[in-house]
Design a binder for this molecule. Structure first.
Ligand SMILES: [Zn+2]
Length: 468
């Protein structure tokens, strides 16, 4: 099937240009000057012509940090499945997700990967890939790293938080970094000092301070900054590249910026919740309203939002992901009497492109930077470029036709994520996905879902483009 998307402005990290996009089968065949002879002959020859007048045509969004159907606590599994989550992603203009195969203490890396592959197989409406999150670093686990890299799982996540579950100590982190350095893999880090945080959490609970706000107060930003600094030091010693996930605070950003200024191979992502939501306005609400906003790292004071937007402008924050990990109210309420019992995570997968586009509307980011942080850099960082992240001949025809003039309100009544609450309830944004193609097939066609589970394929990723 040949499709011509005509009349729109194609957006890339170098700006927006009027262009017609010719799709042949699963790939982009040509990007044509509107009105040129080639464009006119493509228009005559195409089996379908899609009018994108007034719209942006952007490379499909890539969300590199997603947790679908993740068992978190007994009785709490993140509520979007690969089927519902991948469909919701498409509704929001995301055409590739990277989830995690999670090895936990006492289990084998290979089993974790095999199980996760089986769970996702045949379920996704869009393409997907995995990182490996390694919760039990030892000789056997590390030995799997080169094998997984060869299989297209080229990034490995470690935790400085959650002692007794996913936590790695400094010795384990250093060994993992040394192993990564030898294989070309990218080390991802959840940087919070979990040992110190656990002291504060237990002290708070011991005093009877169990309201949701204490989730935030017991995870102070200084302990995120400290963990980033330590991770940077270990990565320098281990000579490994480092990617900080879900960076939430100015304290942590300062460490990333310093490391990068010093020439370190250090990168970071942030998430929309850390750009828009705050401890005082959201997490500090009593009861369920506060509980719904429990995620880690926690929401920070609104005073820090400007610093993070600035980090996105300067590239010290290279990527916006979501850390999508939604729970319905009945699961969140497992911790109604004690914030320590609340499954951590928010649902944002569907709204990432809109929320960062809202930053363009508000003058925080350029249009080019929107596409760069949400699609192009994610592709380059995680070994998917130029198959993904760009509209150019030969790349996958993952395209979003985005109408920048439509205003809409986010919330449970209109979202497609499988959650009965929304931390974005009532937020008005300008700009909305009109149509989405994944490898040349419509997933969203003029605001109608026409995707299907099983269209999405597992992507074997290469090494990061940014490592040197
Ligand atoms: Zn996460």
């Amino acid at each position: 099937m040949t499709i011509l998307v005509t009349g729109g402005r194609v957006v890339s990290p170098s700006g927006a240009t009027p262009a017609d996009v010719l799709i042949d089968g699963e790939r982009v065949a040509a990007v044509l000057d509107p009105g040129s002879e080639l464009a006119e002959s493509a228009q005559r020859g195409a089996e379908r012509v899609v009018d994108a007048s007034g719209c942006y045509v952007v490379p499909g969004g890539i969300d590199v940090h997603v947790h679908l159907q993740l068992p978190m606590l007994p009785g709490a599994v993140s509520s979007d499945t690969f089927e519902t989550g991948s469909a919701a992603a498409a509704w929001g203009g995301t055409t590739t997700i990277i989830d995690f195969a999670g090895q936990i203490l006492g289990s084998r890396v290979r089993d974790a990967v095999d199980e996760r592959m089986a769970e996702a197989a045949g379920q996704c409406a869009i393409d997907y890939a995995f990182h490996l999150s390694m919760g039990d670093v030892d000789e056997d686990s590390l030995k799997e790293m080169p094998t997984l890299v060869a299989e297209g799982i080229t990034s490995f996540k470690y935790f400085m938080a959650y002692p007794g579950a996913y936590y790695s100590d400094d010795a384990q982190l250093l060994r993992a970094m040394q192993q990564a350095a030898g294989t070309g893999a990218l080390v991802m880090m959840h940087a919070e000092n979990g040992i110190a945080i656990d002291v504060l959490r237990d002290q708070a609970a011991g005093r009877g301070d169990v309201e949701p706000v204490w989730h935030g107060r017991t995870r102070p930003a200084v302990l995120e900054g400290e963990a980033v600094q330590r991770a940077v030091a270990l990565a320098a010693v281990g000579q490994a590249p480092l990617y900080i996930v879900h960076l939430s605070s100015a304290e942590a950003l300062e460490q990333v910026a310093a490391a990068r200024h010093g020439g370190g191979n250090v990168f970071a992502e942030t998430c929309p919740q850390y750009l828009y939501l705050s401890i005082e306005e959201h997490l500090a609400q009593p009861g369920l309203d506060g509980i719904r906003h429990i995620c880690s790292p926690p929401l920070r004071p609104a005073a820090g939002h400007d610093t993070l937007w600035n980090g996105l402008r300067t590239d010290d924050l290279a990527i916006v992901s979501t850390d999508h990990c939604p729970f319905c109210d009945n699961e969140k309420l497992l911790g109604v009497d004690d914030f320590r019992g609340v499954p951590n995570g928010l649902g944002t997968l569907e709204h990432r492109m809109d929320l960062i586009h809202q930053g363009v509307v508000a003058g925080e980011l350029s249009l080019a930077r929107w596409v760069e942080t949400c699609s192009t850099t994610p592709a380059r960082m995680f070994g998917l470029y130029p198959q993904k992240g760009v509209i150019t001949p030969g790349s996958d025809a993952d395209l979003v036709i985005y109408d920048p003039d439509v205003s809409h309100t986010l919330g449970v009544a209109t979202h497609h994520m499988n959650i009965d609450n929304s931390v974005w309830e009532g937020m008005e944004v300008t700009g909305q996905v009109r149509s989405v193609l994944s490898r040349g097939s419509f997933v969203i066609d003029d605001r109608t879902y026409v995707g299907r589970p099983g269209h999405g394929r597992f992507l074997r990723r290469g090494l990061s483009d940014y490592l040197f």
